[in-house]
Design a protein around this ligand. Structure first.
Ligand code: SF4
Length: 108
């Protein structure tokens, strides 16, 4: 599994820059640059319902399963991320499109 560091601290799953979701989806089917990717699992803390906040695990895990649609990335193997560690950024993100996988590296 991949070690994930995530700076999207406004996401409801972010706990001390680790993700508590268990698995995430990275989008960017035609991505050629990191900016073309997003974390599709981002959910804004403030606009998500309180019921969801109650059920969210309040522990961040270093290792996470990543379903990644950015197939042009060097680390992508049949929609799985094979990088040992990645960084997702978006410290001011309030929606998915404000986030990106900084570790994206194009095969192109
Ligand atoms: S490093 Fe590449 S394969 Fe891994 S999540 Fe980021 S974009 Fe996807």
């Amino acid at each position: 599994m991949t070690i994930l560091k995530c700076s999207a601290v406004k996401c409801m799953y972010n706990e001390n820059e680790l993700c508590s979701r268990g698995d995430i989806e990275i989008t960017g089917a035609n991505a050629r640059h990191a900016e073309d990717t997003t974390c599709g699992s981002f959910r804004d803390r403030n606009s998500s319902g309180s019921a969801m906040n109650c059920t969210a695990q309040h522990c961040g895990c270093e290792k996470i399963n990543i379903d990644c649609k950015a197939q042009e990335c060097t680390y992508n193997d049949h929609c799985k991320c094979t990088a040992s560690a990645i960084n997702v950024s978006g410290c001011h993100a309030t929606e998915c499109c404000d986030t990106k996988c900084d570790t994206f590296s194009c095969k192109c």
